[in-house]
Structure formats: structure tokens, C-alpha cells
Design a protein around this ligand. Structure first.
Ligand SMILES: NC(=O)c1ccc[n+]([C@@H]2O[C@H](COP(=O)([O-])OP(=O)(O)OC[C@H]3O[C@@H](n4cnc5c(N)ncnc54)[C@H](OP(=O)(O)O)[C@@H]3O)[C@@H](O)[C@H]2O)c1
Length: 418
């Protein structure tokens, strides 16, 4: 049973999130923090924290969701939400702002924690049971922790969250028959009967395109040129594929060797492959090209998609294919949720214990100070009159009492929690 008093203590845990359940994937970007570099993201997160007086903050942005996990005492009412959304995207029209505000989910206390547990265990994912989300969540946490945005409350919640996800993956069949957005995309590529000799541009060399490269290798596609912001990662993929060439993203605009397939997946927070760049890559060719765009938001702008003859495969369209996989795993969701309920209960205990530890961490110093005051002031004269052996015995007794006094309230508090 959930203890209502602990639930009250947990109310500072809050989540603001926009997920694939409330919005089209392309619209998730309206709740994303736009940035080109890690430094810019850090700066924006600190601005957000300071503007709203948030005590602790964790930011997660994936192809399924944008999520802000807060330790924050203020009430997240409509005014807060509206100002928060505006801080994220200052240039939204009134209509778009209203739409964003109505789509963003606001969760508090147990509901926020349960949502985080369900996210980490992949119950809330577009492809239920995909483990990628746990890696993304851990990475998001480490980044915010290193930047000093998180503290003890989020640390504690993340500890339970990671353990809970691992338990769900280990004790249920939720991750069986693994299928990912990438494997679905490759299925589409094979369905399009793209010849093995096809000239492929792989744009981006992050986790997603690394998985893409493994599939390309498996299906013997070798005629690949890899472009990435940092050249070392591009070179890694080239060597994995046994491919020809690695280049930086800057060099894409000067690429003149034609292509049949473009597979693009970079972490840009806005669409960036525009008609001019695309035309430049096409050169004089007019045949239909296959483009797999796995980025969220899409790397290709709307204009490219409407102006050129493309067989365009994107994450949103893969959502339908994913639903076939959901049917099998959905049966495991009920069991997974039961495990998460148990984890939430354990978290209540952990949180209570930690709250007591926080409250008690002054106790040892206070008891030491009382002892010192007694010996050096209140009983100073009487102690000075004692024989050395009596004085030593008394000091040993005082030390013993000090240790026992420190442990008594801790033991009593632990009994209360159990
Ligand atoms: N992970 C998934 O399961 C999954 C599935 C579908 C779609 N997606 C989407 O795929 C995209 C990338 O995800 P990921 O998991 O591969 O991320 P990742 O491992 O962090 O890799 C990000 C990639 O994008 C590049 N990049 C990031 N920001 C950039 C910028 N401002 N300018 C130029 N290049 C930039 C990085 O270059 P450097 O190597 O130089 O850092 C790296 O190649 C995201 O839009 C995500 O939502 C992910």
C-alpha cells in the first residue's frame, strides 16, 4: 500500500513531457531545447533552471519524447506551464503555444515517478521493449549530473529507475523478438529492392546510424560514404562497414559523386537538409532517390520532401509497423507494471530513509558539541578535581554514551520506516 504521507513528501518530483502519444514525432521539436552544441544546451538548461527557480533538473530528448524531470517545490499551474513552454520556444505563435500547452503532460509525485519508471522500462515507448531508451535516459542523467543540474533527489529516483528497468527486462519477455526503428527502416530498404551496389550516403555517425551500419554490413551494402560532424566517428563506421570514404558534414555540400540512397540521422534540433543542398547532391540526376530519415525532427525540410521525387522513409511512418511488434509485447506490459508498482513502493521506503538521514546528519555534531560543552564548561571544575584514572574512565564512558546516543534515533527511525 502506498503511504499517503510519503506520497506527500514526493510531490516535489515533477515531470513535464511531450511524447509520441500526445504529438506527431515532427511536433516534438516544439518542446525541445534548440541548440547546436553541448555548451549551448548546458547554457539553456541553466537559464531555465534559474528563471523558474528549479532545484534539480534532468532533460531527456529522444525520438519518442521530450521530458523535463524536476525536483521543484512550486506549483506547476497553467501560468507556469505557459511561461515554461514560452521559454523553450520564444517564437511560437499564440495558437501554437496554446496547442503546446494543452499537449504537454504535467505529472507530480507518484504519477511522475511511475511515468519515469515506465519510460525507463520502455513501456511508454513507441516500440515497447526497446532497450535504447534506458541508455538514453542514463546518458541524459549523467550529462545533467556532470553539469551540476541534478542533486540528491534525482540521484535517488534515477537509482530506482535504472534498477526497475533492469528488473523488467530480466523478469518479463518485454524485450523478446527485438525490433527497433532501425531494423524496421532496413526492412523497408530491403522491400524497396535497393541493389547491393547502390551508392549510399550515411549522414551522421551516432548510436542510431551505427546500428544502421551494422545492418548494412549484414545485408552486404558496402558502397557507402559516411558524413559526420566529427570525422573520427565517421571513420569508425567506414572501417566497420569496410566502406570507401569518411568525410565531415561540412564537406557534404561539395559532394559530387552522386547517390541512390541517403540514410540520415543527426541530432540537429531543426531540419537542415534544404532544397539547395539536396539539389547540389543530386547534381543533374533525376531518378527517384530513397531517403531514410531517422532523425527527430526530420533532417530533411518539408520543402525537400515536397519538391523532389523521393521514396521517403521516416520514423513517423515506421510507427505503424511498430504496432505489429507491440501486440506480442503488450501481453508482458501488465506483468511489467506490477513489478514497477513494487519498485515504487520500495522507492517510498528508500526516500523516507534518505529523508531521515538528511534530517539526522546534524545529530552527531550536536551530540559532540553537548559533550564538549559539558566537559569543558559545565563540569570543568569537578573534572579537574578528579584523579587521572577516574577522569579517564569518565571520558571513556562519555565517548561510549556519545556513540550510543548517535545510533539511538537512527535505529528508532529505521524501525518506523520498516
Ligand atoms: N536512438 C534511437 O533509437 C533513435 C531512433 C530513431 C531516431 N532517433 C533520432 O536520431 C537522432 C540521433 O540519435 P542518436 O541516438 O544517433 O544520437 P547520438 O548517438 O547522440 O548521435 C548524434 C549524431 O548527430 C550528430 N550531431 C548532433 N548534433 C549535431 C549538430 N548540431 N550538428 C551536426 N551534427 C550533430 C553527432 O555528431 P558527432 O558525432 O560529431 O557528435 C552524431 O553523429 C535524433 O534525432 C534521435 O531522436 C534515435
Amino acid at each position: 500500500m502506498i503511504n499517503p504521507i510519503t506520497s506527500l513528501l514526493l510531490r516535489n518530483y515533477k515531470i513535464l513531457t511531450l511524447t509520441h502519444k500526445q504529438a506527431k514525432l515532427k511536433d516534438l521539436s516544439s518542446f525541445m531545447l534548440q541548440h547546436d552544441t553541448e555548451e549551448e544546451l548546458k547554457k539553456r538548461l541553466f537559464e531555465l533552471r534559474d528563471a523558474f527557480g528549479i532545484q534539480e533538473l534532468l532533460y531527456l530528448s529522444t525520438c519518442n519524447r521530450v521530458l523535463f524531470f524536476l525536483n521543484h517545490s512550486a506549483n506547476l499551474d497553467q501560468d507556469f506551464l505557459s511561461n515554461f513552454c514560452q521559454s523553450i520556444q520564444a517564437d511560437l505563435s499564440d495558437e501554437d503555444l496554446q496547442s503546446l500547452v494543452s499537449n504537454v503532460q504535467v505529472l507530480e509525485g507518484d504519477k511522475a515517478l511511475m511515468h519515469l519508471l515506465e519510460v525507463s522500462a520502455s513501456i511508454d515507448s513507441m516500440v515497447v521493449g526497446e532497450r535504447e531508451i534506458l541508455r538514453q535516459l542514463k546518458e541524459a542523467y549523467t550529462r545533467c549530473q556532470v553539469w551540476g543540474l541534478t542533486g540528491d533527489h534525482i540521484r535517488l529516483a534515477m537509482k530506482t529507475t535504472i534498477e526497475a528497468a533492469k528488473e523488467v527486462y530480466a523478469k518479463t519477455r518485454i524485450g523478446e523478438k527485438p525490433i527497433s526503428i532501425v531494423s524496421l527502416a532496413i526492412k523497408q530498404l530491403l522491400k524497396a529492392e535497393v541493389p547491393k551496389k547502390a551508392r549510399i550516403l550515411l549522414v551522421g555517425a551516432g548510436q542510431t546510424n551505427t546500428l544502421v551500419a551494422k545492418f548494412l554490413k549484414k545485408h552486404s551494402y558496402k558502397n557507402v560514404v559516411v558524413f559526420n560532424r566529427s570525422i573520427d566517428k565517421a571513420e569508425k563506421l567506414v572501417s566497420l562497414l569496410g566502406a570507401e570514404k569518411a568525410a565531415t558534414l561540412d564537406q557534404l555540400a561539395n559532394y559530387k559523386d552522386h547517390f541512390d540512397v541517403m540514410i540520415t540521422c543527426t541530432g540537429h534540433t531543426q531540419s537542415w537538409i534544404d532544397p539547395a543542398l539536396f539539389q547540389q547532391l543530386l547534381q543533374e540526376e533525376t531518378e527517384q532517390k530513397v531517403v531514410i530519415d531517422l532523425a527527430v525532427p526530420n533532417n530533411l525540410t518539408e520543402e525537400v520532401r515536397s519538391q523532389f521525387d523521393l521514396q521517403y522513409i521516416e520514423v513517423e511512418a515506421l510507427r505503424q509497423l511498430a504496432s505489429e511488434n507491440i501486440a506480442f509485447r503488450q501481453r508482458e506490459v501488465t506483468q511489467a507494471k506490477e513489478l514497477l508498482e513494487q519498485q515504487l513502493l520500495s522507492f517510498h521506503q528508500l526516500f523516507q530513509m534518505r529523508s531521515i538521514e538528511r534530517a539526522m546528519h546534524q545529530v552527531p555534531q550536536e551530540i559532540k558539541a553537548i559533550k564538549s560543552h559539558a566537559m569543558n564548561q559545565v563540569f570543568k571544575k569537578e573534572l579537574a578535581d578528579l584523579a587521572p584514572e577516574s577522569r579517564q574512565l569518565l571520558e571513556r564512558m562519555m565517548d561510549y554514551m556519545e556513540r550510543r546516543c548517535i545510533s539511538v534515533p537512527m535505529v528508532a527511525a529505521k524501525r518506523l520506516v520498516e
